[in-house]
Ligand binder design. Structure first.
Ligand SMILES: [Fe+2]
Ligand SMILES: [Fe+2]
Length: 177
């Protein structure tokens, strides 16, 4: 059984596992197709992208969305009483935080200080509904941004994140049934 360093082409993070490729990146949630053996990984150009005015505006807006959602999930992970809710919102906060750092890297920003200003409810169902609305808004906006994107790397990230946020949508949908 070979031990492999898998690298995610979307977020650039690496982790060690065996032959079996996991179905999702454990950091940003990108789908299997974006995971490569580190021996085949080449990040030339991935973090040095030319942004036209539209792409730059959309990436900045996306960063705002991801920061807002990260803070919301951190808040709800703390406030809800249910263990499933705590685990769900905590991992969602981590994934959305990873998305924010991808956009920060694309914008070549230093780690910016986030104001912890998002509010949330202490009630699980209310936070699931808010989560659903947030993910739906993100998916719609990312769809528009992916279509408008001139830069292929920016388009690729928006497309990958649409899939990830759709996973998140299913997580709340299943619990709201
Ligand atoms: Fe990733
Ligand atoms: Fe996200």
């Amino acid at each position: 059984m070979a031990v492999i360093v898998w690298v995610c082409k979307i977020c650039g993070e690496a982790y060690i596992s065996t032959n079996d490729k996991p179905a999702r990146c454990p950091f940003c949630g990108a789908y299997e197709k974006y995971l490569v053996d580190s021996k085949e990984y080449d990040d030339t150009g991935d973090w040095d992208v030319e942004l036209n005015e539209i792409d730059k505006a959309n990436v900045e807006k996306a960063l705002g969305v991801e920061i807002s959602n990260t803070l919301f999930y951190r808040c709800s992970a703390k406030k809800v009483k249910e263990i499933d809710g705590k685990k769900l919102f905590k991992i969602l906060a981590k994934v959305e935080g990873e998305h924010a750092s991808v956009w920060e890297k694309i914008l070549k920003l230093d780690k910016i200080k986030w104001e912890p200003s998002e509010t949330c409810e202490a009630e699980y169902k209310a936070d699931l509904e808010d989560s659903h609305a947030r993910e739906e808004r993100a998916i719609n906006f990312y769809g528009e941004a992916a279509t408008a994107a001139k830069n292929p790397r920016v388009k690729e990230i928006f497309q990958a994140f649409i899939q990830v946020e759709t996973d998140h949508l299913h997580l709340s949908e299943e619990r709201l049934k």
